[in-house]
Design a protein around this ligand. Sequence first.
Ligand code: OFO
Length: 162
Amino acid sequence: MDNKNLLNNLNEQYNFELESAYIYRAMAHWCEINSWSGYANFLYKQEAEELEHADKLKAYLLDLGYNVKLKAIAEPKSEYDSLEDIFKSALEHEKLVTSRIRMLFEEARDINDYATEDLLRWYISEQVEEEASFNDIIERLERINGSMSGLYIFNNEMAARQ
Ligand code: OFO
């Protein structure tokens, strides 16, 4: 089985997960600068999750003897209009991740790379959870509809994410 192209693409995804972590870190900074420490906490936890996603890919590639390469990470956006803007951007980003994972999965299928299929199944389930989580937050923010007390209560809940 020649899976060299697929492994190169997994290496790209490894780098994309690191980029995701960077994006969430920048979003967390925006929240901190705007005194929303709870939302920042949520996004820092999200950053940590992305690093775990990256590490899982890295470990898999290293197990296969692949020479893992780090690439330059694009500068993340640092200006947002509102919390809603942040979480809508996060959801769009996760949709992009989902489509990338699906393409990798299809590539693994095409060449009967069962081990990579197995690995990617984990990411597919993870993406369902991540999109659902951001969707819930957006719905909640829409219901709050800019009310300061609502935003503060939600901020306190977000501070509790472990
Ligand atoms: Fe947020 O997703 Fe990684 O994979």
